[in-house]
Design a protein around this ligand. Structure first.
Ligand code: C2E
Ligand code: CA
Ligand code: CA
Ligand code: CA
Length: 280
């Protein structure tokens, strides 16, 4: 019977075990990554479409694993969430972002904003690190508007009081909020009037297939008109071609982000880019 069982499962057990083991190892390594200085923030410009100028940047986390090289956040953020490490990582991201935005505001652009991603888990849980971070902003004499927090629609759909409270807290501190990946998955829009949101980020899946008279063009047009009527600004993600940029600009989209402008880059490199822009 034992042999039969082994045969029955031998097809997938080894791969499942390998995957699980791999996740365990990676989670373990992630614990050391913070202290070991293996994490870094990259920055990707967010460009004002009408003027072509960089007014903001999105902070994107990078992990250089000593053996495996670059590990994608799509792989390790879920591990950080399931292991609870996300709180520690999230507060590192916030503190690190603030240091950079402070420098950039002082040296290159007085109204510069850095946009940071927050996973739902991190957003909802209150471990006090958030308050500490708000205090840090104040101590550095940075206005709340220096920072935009990016959250996803799902969070607002099943918003509990923790979510509402957090949003109010942000609002009180002057911090702005962007809805990330807008248009993917959910169709209820009622939360847009219920919550005070500042930016909609049109998901890359819409930008990708933009062409005159396409359905994605119609959808993008509609999202932009609606957002503006509600007093929100729109950022299009994943802009890769000049045609996409021009179509979005013609539709009245406020900002664009994507490989056409620049890929995410190390902070020092982004600093040089902003410096060059300020000198123009
Ligand atoms: P996201 O927030 O939707 O970030 C945008 C992703 O699109 C980034 O991937 C960025 O590198 C990529 N991207 C930007 N422009 C283009 C383009 O023109 N074409 C294409 N194909 N891709 C483009 P990345 O950096 O790998 O991040 C993946 C996801 O990981 C992010 O998606 C976000 O959900 C998560 N993430 C990244 N950093 C953090 C963080 O600090 N905290 C948390 N909680 N999540 C993060
Ligand atoms: Ca984002
Ligand atoms: Ca996004
Ligand atoms: Ca995403």
């Amino acid at each position: 019977a034992k042999g039969g069982g082994r045969n029955r499962f031998s097809y997938f057990t080894p791969t499942l075990q390998v995957a699980a083991l791999n996740r365990m190892r990676l989670t373990n390594d992630l614990r050391g990554a913070l202290k070991g200085g293996q994490l870094a923030l990259y920055f990707q410009p967010i460009v004002h479409l009408r003027t072509g100028r960089i007014h903001k940047a999105e902070a994107l986390i990078r992990w250089t694993h000593p053996q495996r090289g670059m590990v994608s956040p799509l792989e390790f953020i879920p591990l950080a969430e399931s292991s609870g490490l996300i709180m520690e990582i999230g507060s590192w991201v916030l503190r690190e972002s603030v240091q950079w935005v402070r420098r950039w505001r002082r040296e290159h652009h007085p109204e510069f904003q850095v946009s940071v991603n927050q996973s739902p888990l991190e957003f909802q849980r209150d471990d006090g690190s958030y308050q500490a971070w708000l205090g840090e902003l104040q101590a550095l004499d940075l206005p709340g508007q220096s920072v935009v927090v990016e959250i996803t629609e799902g969070l607002l759909l099943d918003a509990n009081s923790a979510v509402s409270n957090k949003l109010l807290q942000l609002r009180d501190a002057g911090i702005q909020v962007a809805l990330d990946d807008f248009g993917t998955g959910y169709s209820s829009l009622s939360y847009l009037k219920k919550f005070d949101i500042d930016y909609l980020k049109i998901d890359r899946s819409f930008t990708r297939n933009l062409a005159p008279d396409s359905s994605d063009m119609a959808l993008s047009d509609a999202i932009i008109v609606m957002a503006h009527k509600l007093g929100l600004r729109v950022i299009a993600e994943g802009v890769e071609t000049a045609e996409q940029r021009d179509l979005l600009a013609a539709a009245g989209c406020d900002y664009g982000q994507g490989y056409l402008f620049a890929r995410p880059m190390p902070a020092e490199q982004f600093d040089a880019l902003l410096k060059a822009q300020a000198a123009q």
